[in-house]
Design a protein around this ligand. Structure first.
Ligand code: ADP
Ligand code: MG
Ligand code: MG
Length: 884
């Protein structure tokens, strides 16, 4: 069994392909060594040794020790030094490095091999006693912390006392003798605290440090990080044993970190920091303020301290050349660590650099221009869901802010407005040209109009799938939900925040749906920038994808937003939302409460022109792109008032006896409305409603066709079909109206009549339903509800528990359940296409904008996905990645 993979001196036994075995750090050190870059020689103990360590009572295999010692012998030959030697001692760094980068999660020990004798030898050899004692005290500190478990702070206290005693500000001010004294104090403290002396034998130190790195894989910090990032415990960490190079060897030595491009803007300019006369940890520890690498960086930061470019121009040039070499080799922006020892540059680490979405876009586009990567690779590199960051205004990161509360980041983006507590106030304020934030305990369907009118929504109750969260995401409105530390005091119209802050109706707040923060006052915003790199990348994505991307749009506003984000049509227009707008709800109620068909028809006549004008607008915005309109879906009682006060108020407005209204409301009550009198069941009970809607649609199509000169591509969606006979009935009704409108207008109307597949029975009987249906749209919100038998509105009370207990991984309402709901989709697609080979297939609902679900749709062979307007670019990118 091979327990040690060597690298250094221009060759290596591993390469970047061995990340699983050698960890990211080890594999990239090997790769850099093979490239002939200056890497201190070393070896990597593979990650499976970590498993061995835990499976064998936390000890190391004997042949591992032999192989490591052989490797060290090679390092001695390469460096001309000897481990534990009394003349030119070889010191080692022991570095952890797992397969996935876990920044700062595990531990590193530097300067291993120093003891009371080798420290003298090191000082002598370097003619620099200060450097030797500084290294020794660092070693004791790190070894004490990582291996012996002594709190870092204890050492810092001793050091701070010494600095104060001598009146020094910086560590670098201490002399050799003073460091020697610090070492003595450290050792004394260890003896007193532990009753044992600091280990003097370099081999004891070596095995102790290697074991400690393995052990750190199980420390709570690492375990939490693994859980958050879904890193399997079984991976284990590799250990790198590497010859030390010294950045703390006087003023011609330094250590630093760099990104080969700017990680926040993506600009092609070296970006980083370094510290003269220091070792690795000092840069991050913030002991001294690091200096800029480049002159440009120094000027930008307004720092007085010279840049590396100025201070060590030759080494700097070599470093720049290496960075360029690494970028061309890896074809990606790199994050590197380096050390300069008395003018000689050493590379200690490289990896793909983390970056903001904006930077990721710029870098990908630039790298295509530079010929480093192809267009498809550029498309593949952007995480689709990260686009969310770009599509909404965000809080200017440079401005000061007061956080007055926080909740779940339910819908991204930030917005400023006055506090209002009711949907009505929100609507009134918007009509008056004022910007408002709707603040509620939670929201319900009656708040829709108020939510539309608001800039952002804040609730003090509810989770990521609460009504407010789902609707806000759909509308692309920033939303924070479940801000439990804040309290809505409706009676006094105030919002009570922690720390005794009380805000009144009309006070200005900023809601940041990306972070979940609620801030006092108006915070400055940065507007999304959708041209340039973004547009270029989306073009490439569009070229690469097979599926079309449509938007769900209930209003002209949604349709316009969807178009501006590149939607190729409307995949779902839920007509019921149109009935909540403005005065229409009154007419709608009149229709619902009518005693008989004649009464209903009278009200429907009033609704017809309103619907028609909505559709004309939608059709004109979509300019001939397909528009799928769904007939009325929700149960009628959703349009009626609920509480006694509301009933009284509505009754007064309708000149109706409140008792009578209450009885009608009660009569329409359902035990389980989700499975009740809704969808096509309404059209079958009250065909006059479907007729009115069909007429509004067809007349609008004729009108829009005349206005724009372009024929409308029309699809009519019948919801909640379980039986073919249901669809036949409703379709006959639609066809009848179409024939009438053609007769009246003399204009031919082309349209497709299709159905939502949102009940398991419909999926199973798809081949029969497809005899009537000309297209299917998978309504995966309902299909998930009906397949699982879980109502979405009630899921929040147990889905999180299911996730915590590992019963399910993902909320099936967020990411499609491939195994169950997905199987129904595949089955319905196959069966449907058996009867009708050209059956058009699409998906609408929350899943249409979820990248993982979109990948599934590509595999299932769907023709298009449809999602809320603000997710259209995400869907375009995800569809491209699924097709690549
Ligand atoms: P992390 O994974 O936390 O970045 P590293 O193993 O990269 O830990 O070590 C942290 C720092 O220690 C490095 O950035 C470098 O400055 C220093 N270091 C590591 N190995 C060596 C070495 N062989 N010689 C000199 N410094 C080293
Ligand atoms: Mg590092
Ligand atoms: Mg549905």
């Amino acid at each position: 069994k091979k327990w040690a993979y060597r690298f250094g001196g221009g060759t290596a036994e591993g390469s970047v392909a061995d990340v699983a075995l050698l960890g990211g750090k080890g594999a990239n050190l090997a790769e850099m060594a093979s490239l002939g870059l200056p890497v201190p020689p070393g070896l990597t103990i593979p990650a499976d040794a970590c498993s061995w360590y835990f499976e064998n009572g936390r000890c190391l295999p004997e042949d591992l020790k032999t192989q490591v010692l052989e490797g060290i012998t090679a390092m001695e030959a390469e460096t001309g030094r000897s481990f534990g030697g009394s003349a030119k001692p070889l010191l080692l760094s022991i570095r952890s490095g797992a397969r996935a980068s876990m920044p700062g999660m595990m531990d590193t020990v530097l300067n291993l091999g120093l003891n009371d004798e080798t420290v003298q030898a090191l000082g002598h050899d370097a003619s620099d006693a200060r450097f030797a004692w500084d290294s020794y005290r660092r070693f004791i500190q790190m070894y004490g912390d990582v291996v012996m478990g002594i709190d870092h702070e204890v050492f810092e206290e001793i050091l701070e006392d010494e600095k104060a005693r001598h009146g020094h500000d910086y560590d670098t001010d201490l002399s050799a003798v003073q460091w020697q004294h610090v070492v003595a104090l450290y050792k004394k403290m260890i003896e007193e605290e532990f009753g044992e002396t600091f280990p003097q034998d370099p081999h004891v130190q070596l095995w102790g440090a290697i074991a400690a790195v393995f052990a750190s894989w199980m420390n709570p910090r690492a375990a939490t990080y693994r859980m958050l990032h879904r890193i399997p415990e079984a991976w284990g960490t590799a250990v790198n044993v590497q010859a030390m190079v010294f950045g703390n060897h006087g003023s011609s030595s330094a250590t630093g970190v760099a990104f080969t491009r700017n990680p926040s803007t993506g600009e092609k300019a070296l970006y980083g920091e370094f510290l003269v006369n220091a070792q690795g940890e000092d840069v991050v520890a913030g002991i001294r303020t690091p200096q800029s690498l480049t002159e440009e960086g120094r000027q930008a930061s307004g720092s007085e301290k010279p840049s590396m470019e100025k201070l060590m121009p030759e080494t700097f040039r070599e470093f720049v050349a290496i960075c360029e070499r690494l970028e061309t080799h890896y074809c990606d922006m790199q994050d590197v660590e380096f050390t300069v020892e008395r003018g000689k540059l050493w590379m200690l680490q490289t990896r793909s650099g983390k970056r903001t979405t904006r930077a990721a876009m710029k870098i990908a586009v630039d790298m295509v221009a530079e010929g480093l990567i192809g267009e498809e690779e550029a498309v593949a590199r952007i995480e689709p869901s990260s686009l969310d960051q770009l599509l909404h205004p965000t809080i200017d990161p440079r401005v000061e802010r007061t956080v007055i509360g926080s909740g779940l980041p339910a819908s991204p983006g930030a917005a400023v407005g006055e506090i209002v507590f009711t949907a009505e106030e929100a609507v009134a304020a918007e009509a008056g040209g004022r910007k408002v934030i709707l603040v509620r305990v939670e929201t319900s369907p009656e708040d829709i109009h108020g939510m539309h009118a608001a800039e952002a929504i804040l609730t003090t109750r509810g989770g990521m799938t609460s009504h407010a969260a789902v609707v806000a995401r759909g509308m692309g409105i920033p939303c924070v939900v479940g801000a439990g530390t804040m309290r809505v005091d409706l009676r006094n119209e105030q919002l009570i925040c922690p720390g005794g802050i009380v805000l009144k109706k009309g006070d200005i707040i900023t809601v940041d749906g990306s972070s979940g923060h609620v801030l006092k006052g108006a915070i400055a915003m940065v507007q999304p920038e959708l041209s340039g790199d973004f547009a270029r990348l989306m073009d490439w994505a569009d070229k690469a994808r097979r599926m079309r991307v449509r938007t769900n749009a209930d209003t002209p506003q949604d349709a316009r937003a969807g178009r501006s984000f590149g939607a190729e049509g409307i995949g779902l227009c839920r007509t019921e939302h149109m009935f909540f707008e403005g005065d229409r709800i009154h007419v709608m109620r009149e229709m619902i409460l009518a005693e008989d068909e004649a009464g209903r028809r009278a009200a429907l006549v009033k609704l017809l022109p309103m619907q028609r004008s909505d559709f004309v607008e939608l059709f004109s915005i979509m300019h001939g792109l397909p528009v799928a309109i769904r007939l009325l879906d929700p149960p009628l009682h959703e349009f009626l008032p609920k509480s006694d006060e509301e009933i009284d108020e509505v009754a007064r407005g309708m000149d109706m006896e409140p008792g009578l209204l209450r009885r009608r409301v009660e009569a329409l009550h359902e035990f389980n409305p989700m499975l009740g009198h809704r969808g096509c069941r309404l059209a079958i009970s009250y065909p006059e409603i479907a007729e009115m809607q069909a007429r509004a649609i067809f007349e609008a199509a004729v009108e829009a066709g005349r206005e724009t000169g372009e024929p409308v591509t029309l699809e009519i969606l019948v919801p909640l079909v379980a039986l073919r006979a249901e669809l036949d009935y409703v379709k006959a009704c639609i066809d009848g109206v179409a024939a009438e409108v053609v007769r009246e207008t003399g204009v031919e109307i082309a349209y497709l009549a299709g159905t939502m597949i949102e009940l398991p029975r419909a999926a199973l009987r798809a081949h029969v339903i497809a005899e009537t249906a000309e297209f299917f749209s998978f309504g995966t919100n309902d299909l998930t509800q009906t397949t699982f038998g879980i109502s979405r509105d009630d899921a929040a009370s147990f889905i999180p528990t299911y996730q915590r207990k590992g019963i399910i991984d993902q909320d099936p309402f967020v990411s499609l359940d491939f195994d169950g709901v997905g199987e129904l989709i595949r089955l319905a697609s196959d069966r449907g296409r058996q009867t009708r080979p050209d059956l058009k297939l699409g998906i609408c609902g929350e899943h249409g904008g979820d990248p993982a679900s979109i990948t599934f749709c590509e595999d299932a062979g769907l023709d298009y996905v449809s999602c809320s307007p603000f997710r259209v670019p995400i869907a375009r990118l995800a569809a491209a990645q699924a097709a690549i």
